[in-house]
Design a protein around this ligand. Sequence first.
Ligand code: 5AD
Ligand code: FES
Length: 352
Amino acid sequence: MDIRYKNTVDEVKITSEITREQFALLYNTDSKEETEYLYEAAREVAQKHYGKAVFLRGLIEFTNYCKNDCYYCGIRCSNKNAERYRLSEEEIMSCCTEGDKLGFKTFVLQGGEDPYYTDEKICEIVRMIKEKFPNAAVTLSIGEKSYESYKKYYEAGADRYLLRHETANEEHYSMLHPANLSGAHRKQCLRDLKEIGFQIGCGIMVGTPKQTDDNIYEDIEFMKDLQPHMIGIGPFIAHKDTPFKDEPNGSADRTVNLLAILRLIFPKVLLPATTALGTADAKGRERGILAGANVIMPNLSPTNVRGKYLLYDGKICTGEEAAECNQCLRRRVESVGYKVEDARGDHPDFIK
Ligand code: 5AD
Ligand code: FES
């Protein structure tokens, strides 16, 4: 192994600091020896804070209507081939009941930016879930809203909020989104959410069109400043009905390297091994855990709508029942020597 590589891993592991050059070196290697050294270091850091625990978050994709038109996303408003659906309150509650039986202590409500769900409706849903499952955390992932709206969700009992920043570089942001969306506003949303008191998750896709190593370095700088509780990353995967249909997919190898690097820089952060990573590589989620990831988000959406929440082509787990995914994931986690922990899995520094 290149001695420079080994020394760099050691140094980043100890200091949690990384230069642009060091980042490019660690991120781009394909050497088995080097990546194994990197992943081992990341595992050690993860184990120091979390042992061999992996937390589950039950994902409920409750609407695929969206008013935005992001160039990468399969449920963008101008995709006329997407079959749109919304879940009723009863359907959402029965997903939670199912998840509760399976031992999940976090429910993630994710959807497009769908004006049908007014703040009042969202708050009502949050309150219903918290009332029936007081020990579970509720996470929202419903896009960019005003400070006042976020505040209402928080007061209704929502604990966490996921909003990937997608890219910290304004110019790159404008290559991925139409002109009515701005990276600056998205970052502001994340700061608002944190100030209000949510545990927040940001994140990016790996390998989006025109993404450079420097862009990802900027993402790291942005995240060092933001200090999110969770960082969600997965490879970009082209969707056939989007402007990016002919763009190459992001690499699972790069994604796993980035997971390990993030674990070294953000030792305590919650780091999911995402469904997109499992789609890009059949063993992607296992590889993610072995590179320092410690969260998995099994799908809890009703089977009749799963095949409709398609942000990218080839998404896995669209045919399985929640119970099947649950079993499958627990086995996968155990297959690499880790154990699912049926706990809320809050960030260690987080005191509400
Ligand atoms: N490939 C991979 N990830 C995608 N997302 C949206 N579209 C795609 C795609 N084509 C990710 C975005 C978004 C999250 C919910 O899903 O990062 O924030
Ligand atoms: Fe869903 Fe394996 S995780 S089927």
